[in-house]
Design a binder for this molecule. Structure first.
Ligand code: ADP
Length: 549
């Protein structure tokens, strides 16, 4: 009802029946709620479905990987390999759908914790290195020397963003390089603005498609692109994740020349950020690498730890230089160079009587170790280099530092896993590693074995009958805190999660786990964990080679 007085003292009244409008509004309200509930239900359904599909895929991919390691005829190898790669492709799709539905259902929360950004980038590069290597594409990291490496953020989600960007860069590049670069922009009090870019020399993207690719299910559809698989969800997820972290993503690209994807983030610097880079007592290093970018990165890295670096483009150039000046404390040489490769160079070097220690940088140290010339090398470094790794190797070469003594006993590993198939997969994956491996079928057994078997490292499935991985971890941490554990100390516990919608990495770390791996397990992930938590403890796999005599 609206009543109004007119200037001449009269009264105008308006009466409107709004019952219909009210009803309509209520109906709209109800319809919106139903629609929202339906979307949430659909997303939850997708998430649950994806999870259910993942579990059996664990067996499929894991077993296929193991099958590929057995003697097979060429035809059988092709079949087994196809099962494995198809399984992995399917897993990528499932993961994307799962994540996307999590974001849609607003179930995605970030779990900030202190982490090492350089290490995360390195891990991503290591995972994608095999694909890059297979194509002859150089994968490089350039982490701003003056930037802290430890920040507070969600490392799992950042790893995902980087995996998407670097994965795409490798996928769409047939020749040249992929360069991951981290630069510090403005330092705010306690926080750091970071620019992370992933640059490739691949097929590039046409201007009219640049806006589309960050959308859902969008892929550039043209002849050059059609042979690539994918869901078109990767960049949509990437954009949403970065925005959720308060950052922004962008892309620059030119068809035929390459692309550069980047994102900007402001992250708090972790309080425990270790100050300055290690000082190395070596004085002068020779760098032999055909890649300009690598040479420059190494130059800066050596300078930062107080060394002088001399750079050479090829083995021939270095050999010529060494004839007049062989006064180097270390020679860093890339394995994969045209004309004279790193190992041929080392052989020529030794032939010429140069005795300086050599560090060989290789994208595949395991293969390189078996090749002729490898015994004349002091250590093999996995590329892209992790600075800490490089400094450690350099420091190992300093006079007076002995190489690691051989461990006296085998590493004891406890794996708590109730599922038989998963146990089998795990056992087979570590069978080359010369471990003492014991399984627990549930959390209770794991706690008992913790006391009786005294493992050096524990892999702990989260969902197990009787006592789950969380409760078992808490029990073990309580034992460690009390006097119950003979050795005292802290045994690393690696959670094995099934990547469900409920899995919460931060919570797992908070209850005392050191790290979590998502199933299906990969041999490379297990090895990486062993290398991290028990460095140099794997018998027969030590990377330190005998001295060149
Ligand atoms: P997917 O890779 O699963 O198809 P994305 O959302 O990650 O989905 O990428 C969407 C599309 O963007 C890709 O299909 C491709 O056409 C294009 N694209 C992404 N990264 C690159 C790159 N580095 N070089 C060329 N094209 C790219």
């Amino acid at each position: 009802m609206i009543d109004q007085e007119t200037p001449d003292g009269g009264r105008v009244g308006l009466r409107v029946d709004i019952t219909r409008a009210r009803e309509q509004q209520a109906a709209l309200e109800a319809a919106r709620e139903t629609a929202e509930a339906a979307v949430r239900a659909k997303s939850a359904f997708l998430a649950n479905m994806s999870h259910e599909i993942r579990t059996p895929m664990n067996g499929v991919v894991g077993m296929a990987e193991l099958l590929c390691d057995t003697p097979l005829t060429e035809e059988q190898r092709l079949f087994a390999d196809t099962i494995r790669s198809s399984g992995e492709a399917l897993l990528v799709i499932i993961n994307d759908i799962l994540d996307y539905s999590k974001i849609e259902a607003e179930r995605l929360t970030l779990n900030p914790e202190p982490f090492d950004l350089e290490r995360v980038i390195h891990e991503v590069a290591m995972l994608l290195q095999p694909q890059a290597r297979a194509k002859g594409v150089d994968l490089m990291i350039d982490f701003d020397m003056f930037l802290p490496t430890r920040y507070v953020g969600d490392p799992g989600r950042l790893r995902q963003v980087l995996t998407n960007l670097v994965g795409n860069a490798v996928k769409f590049t047939a020749l040249g390089h992929v360069l991951i670069r981290v630069v510090g922009i403005a330092a705010e009090p306690g926080a750091q603005q970071l620019h992370v870019t992933v640059e490739d020399t691949g097929i590039g993207i046409a201007a009219e498609n640049l806006d589309l690719i960050f959308g859902e299910f969008n892929q550039v559809d043209n002849a050059a692109n059609r042979r690539f698989e994918g869901t078109g969800l990767g960049l949509a997820i990437t954009r949403r994740l970065v925005e959720r972290m308060g950052g922004a993503v962008w892309v620059d690209s030119e068809p035929g020349r390459g692309s550069c994807f980047g994102f900007r983030l402001s992250l708090p610097v972790a309080e425990d950020a270790g100050g300055h880079p290690a000082t190395v007592t070596l004085k002068r290093g020779l760098v032999v690498d055909d890649q300009y970018i690598n040479r420059t990165i190494l130059d800066r890295q050596l300078q930062t730890c107080g060394m002088q670096a001399v750079l050479c483009r090829s083995g021939a150039e270095a050999l010529a230089l060494l004839q007049g000046d062989a006064d180097f404390d270390v020679i860093l040489v890339d394995h994969d160079m045209p004309e004279m490769d790193g190992l041929a160079f080392v052989q020529a070097l030794r032939g010429a009587g140069v005795v300086a220690p050599v560090l060989l940088m290789s994208s595949s140290p395991v293969t390189a170790r078996e090749l002729p010339g490898a015994d004349a090398v002091q250590a093999l470094l996995q590329t892209p280099l992790l600075r800490a790794d490089l400094y450690r190797r350099l420091q190992d070469l300093a006079p007076g530092t002995a190489t690691l003594p051989a461990p006296a006993r085998r590493l004891r590993v406890l794996a708590a896993e109730d599922n038989r198939t998963n146990q089998l997969v795990f056992r087979k994956m570590v069978r080359d590693l010369d471990l003492d491996l014991v399984f627990a079928g549930n959390g209770r057994e794991a706690v008992a074995l913790f006391s009786s078997f005294a493992p050096d490292l524990i892999f702990m499935d989260i969902s197990m009958p009787e006592m789950d991985g969380r409760a078992a971890t808490q029990a073990i941490r309580a034992l460690e805190a009390g006097a119950g554990h003979p050795g005292g100390g802290h045994v690393p516990i690696i959670a094995l999660t099934a990547h469900t919608i409920e899995d919460d990495g931060a919570e797992l770390l908070a209850i005392g786990m050191d790290r979590y791996l998502t199933k299906p397990l990969r041999k490379s992930a297990i090895c990486e964990v062993l290398e991290t938590y028990a460095p140099g403890r794997l018998l027969g796999t030590s990377q330190v080679q005998g001295n060149a005599a």
